[in-house]
Design a protein around this ligand. Sequence first.
Ligand code: MF3
Ligand code: CO
Ligand code: CO
Length: 266
Amino acid sequence: MLIKKPADIRTLKKGGKILGRILSDLVKMCKPGISTWEIDRAAEEMIIKAGGQPAFKYYKNHPTEPPFPATICASFNEEIVHGIPKKDLLLKNGDLFSIDVGMEYPIGKRTVSMFTDTAITVVVGKTARKNYDLLNVTSQALEVGIEAVKPGVSISEIGRAIENYVKSQGKYGIIRDLSGHGVGYAVHEEPWIPNYYDKRLDSFIVKPGMVLALEPMITLGGWRIVTAPDGWTIKTADNSLCAHFEHTVVVTEKGCEVITRRPEEI
Ligand code: MF3
Ligand code: CO
Ligand code: CO
């Protein structure tokens, strides 16, 4: 169902605010030497304590494929998304590290539970100038996408805005085979929201009450991707560094409201 009921939007806003705070707290843990498994444990604990449930744990892309085993997706450097947290995978100085986290909320109350989804890429310690630029361009691409969301526009216009912005900033790759998506009653709902102009979405019109996850994935190289042997981790085919930022937004009468803002963003 594309249009969410007002009561469900109220639930989404509560969940989104909690998830934004949780992601902010996880970012504070991103220091050299910590394992992605420890960050994952903390994420799960915080989500459960808040009255929610990890949305990605046991998620399946396809009924015959293995489920995602963790609460966060933890992806490094040339890995774009869906990295699996591990005890022996430690953050080190200079890593570009992305955390993607989703929550179903609330659990066990007599209300419909709703899904929110958000991600950030951070630098562990210090890195080269061009990598900070990549992070800035990707987080700004998300803001440009958010600006484009208002009733009456096509979903294709969101992608066009992101693509035009990224192209204006220099030589970056825009991942084509992964995209943003509708969210709310499930982790992934229609429509798919590519980060480039796709005319097939011209006829898909944004309306108040829709809930969208926008998530630009930008590289310092090309747009092609490969899946690692673990069946989940997706990385750039040319091993170029990449970044990923994501927010869940609710379409309002005038524009949209970002419901997963982290406290430091507001
Ligand atoms: N967070 C991803 C997205 O933004 C989905 C992750 S599903 C998982 O769409 F199973 F890989 F965790
Ligand atoms: Co996500
Ligand atoms: Co998403």
